[in-house]
Design a protein around this ligand. Structure first.
Ligand SMILES: [Zn+2]
Length: 377
C-alpha cells in the first residue's frame, strides 16, 4: 500500500518539475529581445547575421535618440561626436572615416540592419547578454537601472505577455531651481508647499548673504540646498581651478553656516560642459563634492511672463523624451525667476497627472547626472 503512495507522489513531483521546466523554456523558441535600461523594446524584426544580432536601424535609432541621415547613396549616423557612414553601393561602413573590417550595417531587401552591440558601443552604451533568453540589454552606466537578475524577470514577464512592473512605474523627477535666493524663491517655495512637492535649490553665495531668512525657510521645509558658486560670474568662477573651487566652497560654507547642513552637491554655473576643466573636475572630487547638471532643460530664462506656457511645454517635451529613452531619474533645470513662478503650478500638475514621483536630492542615495560623465561626481 505504502509503495503506491510513494509512486503517486513521485509522479506528481515529476509532473511539477516538467511543468516548471517548460515554463522556464518558454522563451527558448528562438524569439529574441532587445532590452534598453529596464524595459524590452518593441522591436519585431531581430535577425542574427553571422552570429551577430542586428535590428532595423530606423527602429533602434528611434529608441536611442540617434539621428540618422540618408543622402546621395550614403546613410550617416552622428552621435557622441562620432560619425558612422554606410555606403549603399559598396555595402561598406566607416567610423570617423576608418573602414570597418566587418559589416556592422547590412542592407537586406532595401532595409538597413545594424549590429546592436556596435551601435550601443559606439554611442556610449554598455551591453550585456542573457544567453538563456536570447536577449541583449543595453544601458548607460550613469543612469540607474535594475540588476541583471531583476532584468531576467522582466524578460520572462514580457515573454509571457505580461506588462512588466518596472516599465509601468514612472520615473522619479527632481525639480531643481538655480540662481536664488530671491523674491521668486519664496513664490516657488510656496507652490511646492501647496502641492507637497520636494525640490532641490542651487543658491548663489552672494544672494544668500542678502536673503538669509529665505535660505533657512527653504531648508526647514526639507528641500535640499546646494551651492551654485558665489558670484555666477563666468570670468571669476572659471578663471582658475583655485577660483573655481573657492566659488563653489564659498557657497557651501554659507549653507552650512545658515542651515547646519553640509552641502555636498553643487551645480556649476552654465553647466559643466565645456567650462569645467579636468583640473577643476578633479578638485571637485578631491573636496568631496558631487555635481549635478540636468537631463531636462526648461529654458525658462528665455521667456517672458506671458510666454510661461512655453516653459511648461518644454518640460513636458523633455520629460516625455527622457522617459522614452528609459531614464529613471529626471533632473529638470528651472530658475527662481518671475516667469518660472507662473509656469511651476502647471508643470507640477502635469507631472502629477502623468504619475511621476517627486524627490529632493538625497546625499546617501546619490544619482550621477553630469555632462562630463564622471561616475565619481
Ligand atoms: Zn545659474
Amino acid at each position: 500500500m505504502q509503495k503506491w503512495i510513494w509512486l503517486f507522489c513521485i509522479t506528481i513531483i515529476c509532473t511539477l518539475f516538467v511543468g516548471v521546466g517548460k515554463a522556464e523554456a518558454s522563451n527558448e523558441s528562438g524569439k529574441r529581445y532587445i532590452g534598453l535600461h529596464d524595459r524590452i523594446l518593441p522591436i519585431e524584426d531581430i535577425r542574427v547575421i553571422d552570429g551577430d544580432t542586428k535590428v532595423p536601424l530606423k527602429d533602434i535609432a528611434k529608441y536611442l535618440y540617434v539621428p540618422v541621415y540618408t543622402k546621395d547613396g550614403t546613410t550617416t549616423i552622428r552621435k557622441s561626436g562620432k560619425e558612422i557612414i554606410f555606403n549603399h553601393s559598396t555595402g561598406a561602413t566607416t567610423l570617423d572615416g576608418l573602414d570597418q573590417p566587418w559589416e556592422p550595417i547590412a542592407s537586406i531587401d532595401g532595409e538597413l540592419f545594424i549590429s546592436v552591440k556596435y551601435i550601443a558601443r559606439e554611442t556610449g552604451f554598455q551591453f550585456e547578454y542573457f544567453q538563456q533568453y536570447h536577449t541583449i540589454r543595453i544601458y548607460r552606466n550613469e543612469f540607474n537601472h535594475i540588476s541583471h537578475k531583476a532584468f531576467e524577470e522582466v524578460i520572462k514577464a514580457y515573454a509571457a505577455g505580461e506588462q512588466p512592473v518596472s516599465t509601468t512605474k514612472k520615473a522619479t523627477v527632481y525639480l531643481t531651481f538655480d540662481d536664488g535666493p530671491n523674491q521668486f524663491t519664496l513664490i516657488n517655495h510656496a507652490t511646492l508647499e501647496k502641492y507637497k512637492v520636494p525640490a532641490t535649490f542651487f543658491f548663489l553665495g552672494n544672494h544668500m548673504k542678502q536673503n538669509e531668512s529665505i535660505v533657512k525657510t527653504v531648508s526647514t521645509s526639507g528641500h535640499y540646498i546646494g551651492s551654485h558658486s558665489m558670484t555666477h560670474n563666468r570670468a571669476l568662477v572659471y578663471g582658475s581651478t583655485e577660483s573655481f573651487i573657492a566659488e563653489m566652497k564659498g557657497g557651501a560654507d554659507i549653507i552650512k553656516e545658515l542651515t547646519g547642513e553640509t552641502a555636498y552637491l553643487v551645480r556649476v554655473p552654465y553647466g559643466s560642459k565645456p567650462l569645467v576643466t579636468e583640473s577643476m573636475q578633479k578638485s571637485l572630487r578631491d573636496n568631496g563634492f558631487k555635481m549635478w547638471d540636468w537631463n531636462v532643460d526648461s529654458n525658462d530664462w528665455r521667456y517672458t511672463d506671458k510666454q510661461a506656457d512655453q516653459i511648461v511645454k518644454n518640460v513636458q517635451d523633455g520629460v516625455t523624451k527622457a522617459t522614452k529613452s528609459g531614464d529613471k531619474d529626471i533632473i529638470i533645470l528651472l530658475h527662481d525667476r518671475s516667469q518660472t513662478t507662473i509656469a511651476l503650478p502647471k508643470i507640477i500638475e502635469w507631472l502629477q497627472k502623468e504619475g511621476y514621483t517627486f524627490k529632493t536630492y538625497e546625499p546617501d542615495k546619490h544619482i550621477t547626472q553630469n555632462f562630463l560623465r564622471d561616475p565619481l561626481l
